[in-house]
Design a protein around this ligand. Structure first.
Ligand SMILES: CC(C)(COP(=O)(O)OP(=O)(O)OC[C@H]1O[C@@H](n2cnc3c(N)ncnc32)[C@H](O)[C@@H]1OP(=O)(O)O)[C@@H](O)C(=O)NCCC(=O)NCCS
Length: 160
């Protein structure tokens, strides 16, 4: 296993065309939020597996912000990367973009989501992950944001 990886090396993409059965029951239907969360979880899992070159499980889906609705017929693209690591855990930021390609519509940033995954060894126990090598100012900005989210989560864990 490599000892260091950059956030860019774990970048993963999942894309899907939104179909009628994925809509909610609103008067003006949009795509059901659980469909988006499922795509985000899958994409983040790919990033986690890329970073640790092994299996990883979802520890938490910490925050999903739905900034605007996604419609049936739109292409949804999720992009995720590891932005912070602990000893065995990886913090991942996923961004979602929607685009109505059939009408040449603009690509919109619709969702942002923070997740934590844990690398598991062959016996299913948490295992150490490679260090994260920060290359850019954006890497360092996201790393600091994730570090403060993790500190807050660990405080809540201790107080629970
Ligand atoms: C993920 C799982 C293996 C962690 O088990 P655990 O007994 O908490 O293991 P550990 O205490 O060794 O913690 C593992 C890592 O998670 C972190 N962690 C655990 N609970 C946490 C919490 N509440 N908040 C933030 N981080 C937490 C730990 O800090 C550690 O990370 P670190 O090594 O980078 O510091 C276990 O909770 C699990 O199996 N959960 C179910 C996962 C699942 O079914 N997911 C959905 C399907 S993919």
């Amino acid at each position: 296993m490599k000892t260091r990886r950059t956030p860019a090396q774990s970048e993963s993409v999942v894309a899907d065309l939104m179909m009628p059965h994925q809509a909610n029951g609103l008067r003006t239907p949009s795509v059901f939020g659980g469909v988006i969360v499922s795509l985000v979880d899958r994409c983040a899992a790919l990033s986690a597996m890329r970073h640790c070159s092994g299996q990883a499980t979802t520890l938490s889906i910490d925050r999903v912000l739905f900034k605007e609705p996604i419609r049936v017929g739109e292409l949804v693209e999720v992009r995720a990367r590891v932005v912070h690591v602990g000893r065995t855990s990886m913090s991942i930021l996923a961004n979602v973009f929607a685009e109505h390609i059939a009408s040449g519509g603009a690509r919109r940033h619709t969702n942002e989501c923070w997740l934590t995954f844990v690398h598991l060894d062959a016996t299913g126990k948490p295992a150490p992950v490679p260090a994260l090598e920060l290359e850019t100012d954006e890497d360092r900005r996201l790393h600091a944001l994730a570090a403060s989210r993790r500190a807050q989560a660990l405080t809540e864990r201790r107080e629970a």
